[in-house]
Design a protein. Structure first.
Length: 366
């Protein structure tokens, strides 16, 4: 009988197997869906959909760099267990995916998944991926990838694939010294997890939001407020009976103690936060408070901007920007970091806390 696209789609939805595998199964069984499902199960291709419902939050990050050091790809592929993440078959598979992306251009994940697999040319990337799920026996997820190109690109893998970093730079030199410096910067990114290259990369709206967060967090930490403001907030709390008698007594006894807040109840501290927040507009016009905010904001930017961070391998506390300038001067050429990409395995994903021994025992009991 004639096999329609709708039949193939239906079988694919029922089994999770690849499109070409479903088409072949229906052809082999003359369109009998039950027989086709059995055909796919015998081939180990109908198990992927069931596994797809399980959390895949382990896995590895892999990077590849072209021979001319101008193009690189970083990819994260997740597995259910760290055991599979360390498996050579899985690692080779992920490396193959990264190689394919680095040699080609894909608009997005959908385009990549629909492309012909260079690992198995008889299937698409998606179809081959489902076959790998069946082969390895765990849910696997190609979560994300990014490809970059620049004058010079380096990669760095930390903790056996838990963290991966790409750094791209503009430079009129691709000397070993420049590459070594970029590798050091990639290690910095892995360790310190900056969000931006420099402050110029942060748009005005984001800067305003970040500063607002610093303001609100400062008001939410009364113990660190400037002394005149803190005294005013405490006086208002007492005047408006926002504190109970025990907190008032504790204050009178410990008001000159730098550990005063250790003697106040959580309710008393919350009352101070509420009062401080209510005076937000007023305090923003206070020079002392404004200075406090600016200092904390500058410190925050130093933490999230790569070039402002203290270079972790520096002996004289120079920042990353100063380190780059020194390397450029020593090598008589231009050198500027333009972008970095940092993937950490499973970041943002829920991870199961599994008891492996109990899982094995449960399987044996079945």
């Amino acid at each position: 009988m004639a096999i329609t696209a709708a039949d193939v789609k239906k079988l694919r939805e029922m089994t999770g197997a690849g499109m070409m595998d479903c088409k072949k199964a229906l052809g082999e069984t003359d369109g009998d869906f039950d027989a086709a499902i059995e055909f796919l199960r015998k081939k180990g291709l109908a198990t992927a959909e069931k596994k797809a419902g399980r959390i895949a939050a382990e896995g590895i990050v892999c990077t590849v760099v072209s021979d001319d050091d101008k193009t690189a790809t970083i990819i994260e592929v997740n597995s259910e267990t760290d055991f599979v993440a360390k498996n050579e078959v899985f690692q080779t598979y992920v490396k193959g995916l990264a190689d394919q992306i680095n040699k080609n251009d894909y608009a997005d994940m959908a385009a990549f998944m629909a492309a012909k697999s260079e690992i198995d040319p008889s299937a698409t990337v998606e179809e081959h991926h489902k076959a790998m799920v069946a082969k390895i026996g765990e849910n696997l997820t190609i979560r994300r990838f990014e490809k970059v190109s620049a004058d010079v690109v380096v990669s760095y893998i930390h903790m056996g694939g838990k963290i991966g970093v790409l750094v791209e730079a503009e430079s009129d030199s691709s000397s070993d010294a420049i590459k070594e410096a970029m590798k050091n910067i990639a290690m910095q990114v892995a360790a310190m997890n900056p969000q931006y290259v420099d402050r110029e990369e942060i748009d005005a709206a984001t800067l305003a939001k970040e500063k607002e967060i610093v303001v609100d967090s400062s008001l939410a930490d009364p113990a660190t407020l400037p002394k005149p403001i803190l005294n005013a907030v405490i006086a208002e709390a007492i005047e408006k009976n926002a504190w109970n008698d025990e907190d008032k007594a504790a204050y009178e006894e410990q008001k000159n103690n730098k550990f005063l807040f250790n003697f106040l109840s959580e309710e008393a501290k919350q009352a101070l936060r509420d009062i401080a927040a209510a005076h937000k507009a007023e305090y923003l016009g206070n020079k002392i408070f404004a200075g406090l905010v600016e200092g904390r904001f500058a410190k925050h930017l130093k933490e999230i901007c790569l070039l402002d961070q203290t270079y972790v391998k520096a002996e004289d506390k120079e920042n990353v920007a100063q380190y780059i300038a020194k390397v450029a001067k020593e090598n008589g050429g231009s050198f500027a970091v333009k972008k970095f990409v940092r993937f950490e395995t499973g970041e943002g994903l829920e991870k199961k806390n599994e008891d492996f021994a109990a899982e094995v025992a449960a399987q044996m009991n079945k």
